[in-house]
Every structure is written in C-alpha cells, then in structure tokens.
Write a protein that binds this ligand. Structure first.
Ligand code: 1GP
Length: 244
C-alpha cells in the first residue's frame, strides 16, 4: 500500500522523493531517457499529472512508465479525466486553500465512476496552494487564490482543518515552476500541528531547498520543473554538486 509507505517514512523519519511527470510534456523518446535517469537515482515514486492534459495522455504515459520501471506510480490529477486504472494510487485532492466548489467537491464526485472501475488506492489529500511569487497553472485552472506565503497561521489552520476533516495527507504546493518554494517556516509550523504525512512541492530547484524542506518536516518532496529542465538534476544532487 502506498499510503503505508508515506506513513512509515513519517514515523521513522525517512525522507522520500517523488518526480512529477506531466503527460502534456512527455513523448515516447523523452520518457525513455527520463526513466533511465530516474531508475539510477534515489527516487521513490513517480507522480503523474498536469493542469492541461488531453484525454488518454495519462493512460498512455502510465502504461509506458510501467514498461520502464518498477517504481510505484501515483496519480496527481489536475482533473477527473486524468484517472487511469494503470497507476497504483491516486492522491484524491481537495483544494482546501481555495473556495471553488468545483475543486472542493465537484471534481471528486465526477471521479467516482472512474474509481469504481479501478483498483486504485485512494488517498484523501488536503491540497493547499501557497503563493510562490507568480501565477501558476493551479491558480489559473482552479480559479482560486493561493494563501499568502507569510500567512503562516492561515496555512497552518487550513492544514489542521484538512486533517480534522479526515484527510490522510497534506500537500503544501507553491505551484509548478514557482519562483519561491514553500518557506521552511511554513513547513515547520504545519509539521508541528498535523500528525499525518506532509508532501511539499513547487519551485524546488536546489539541493539546499530540498534539504530545507526535509529538515523542517516534509516527508515527501515533489520535483517536476527542475528535473524537466535538467535531467542531470538528480545526479547532481546525489553528487552534492551545485545546481542553480
Ligand atoms: C507541482 O509540486 C509540483 O505540483 C512540482 O513543482 O514543477 O516546480 O517542481 P515544480
């Protein structure tokens, strides 16, 4: 079970790394190269998802990934149409920083027939968008406002509300390609107040930012853009070389 992996990592203080692959940005050639890099790096999970993905693209990408790795594949969908039964699990996201019912409950209801036809492990996830210094795709597509990066109280209270509502994970998101990742002080405050696994992503581009996120309580860090732009990112991290 994927959730057990998150939970045991949190309980044992082990840190996990997920690489986010966006079906919209992959082709048959690039995915082979990317997976070769991933397979020789310290990656624990492949997350798959994006904000603007055509029908069937997710299904095809996940099948291709399956041929190329034995790593677990977790859906991180931008909408219910990205659900494919070929993955291991789905982060069943509710955008709790926003006030748009479409992403609080409506997409989730639309997802149910797809989930009923699959054996995906469903992981209820409180998804919190935090201002990362520019408008990101999540903000644009969801038509919601991120919480200001300095508003630690509101972010922490939102995470706690997410936990009290029964979510099993909290995902702190600065948005893909964010200029500023989620601040260490924010991660620290959320970590101290929730006792469920914590995922952090968006705008992490250096080893230092990755380690800061871990040190302050992230159990899983998600990296997308930095790896898309430089597939040697992971090798450099492992070799302790400067990246940016
Ligand atoms: C986006 O958190 C992920 O949902 C990853 O963001 O692409 O900025 O690494 P980046």
């Amino acid at each position: 079970m994927i959730y057990e992996l998150f939970l045991s990592a949190m309980n044992e203080g082990r840190k996990l790394l997920a690489i986010l692959l966006d079906p919209d940005k992959m082709n048959d050639e690039s995915i082979v190269k990317i997976m070769t890099k991933i397979n020789t790096s310290a990656v624990d999970f492949i997350f798959v998802g994006g904000s603007s993905v055509e029908d069937k693209e997710t299904d095809e990408l996940v099948l291709k990934i399956r041929e190329l790795t034995s790593l677990p594949v977790v859906l991180f969908p931008g909408n219910y149409q990205q659900i494919t039964s070929h993955a291991d699990a789905i982060l069943f996201l509710s955008l709790i920083s926003g006030r748009n019912p479409e992403y609080l409950i409506n997409q989730q209801v639309k997802a149910v027939p797809y989930l009923q036809r699959s054996e995906l492990e469903v992981i209820p996830t409180g998804y919190i968008l935090i201002d990362g210094g520019k408008e990101t795709a999540v903000q644009r597509v969801s038509e919601t406002k991120p919480i200001l990066a300095n508003n630690i109280d509101k972010i922490t209270q939102t995470a706690m509300a997410g936990m009290y509502m029964g979510n099993k994970l909290i995902y702190l998101e600065a948005g893909s390609g964010a200029l500023n990742p989620v601040k260490p002080s924010v991660i620290n405050s959320v970590r101290k107040n929730v006792n469920i696994p914590l995922i952090v992503g968006g705008g992490i581009r250096s080893k230092n930012e990755l380690l800061e996120a871990y040190k302050n309580g992230a159990d899983v860090v998600v990296i997308g853009t930095a790896f898309e732009e430089n597939s040697n990112f992971l090798t450099k991290i492992m070799k302790n070389e400067h990246i940016c």
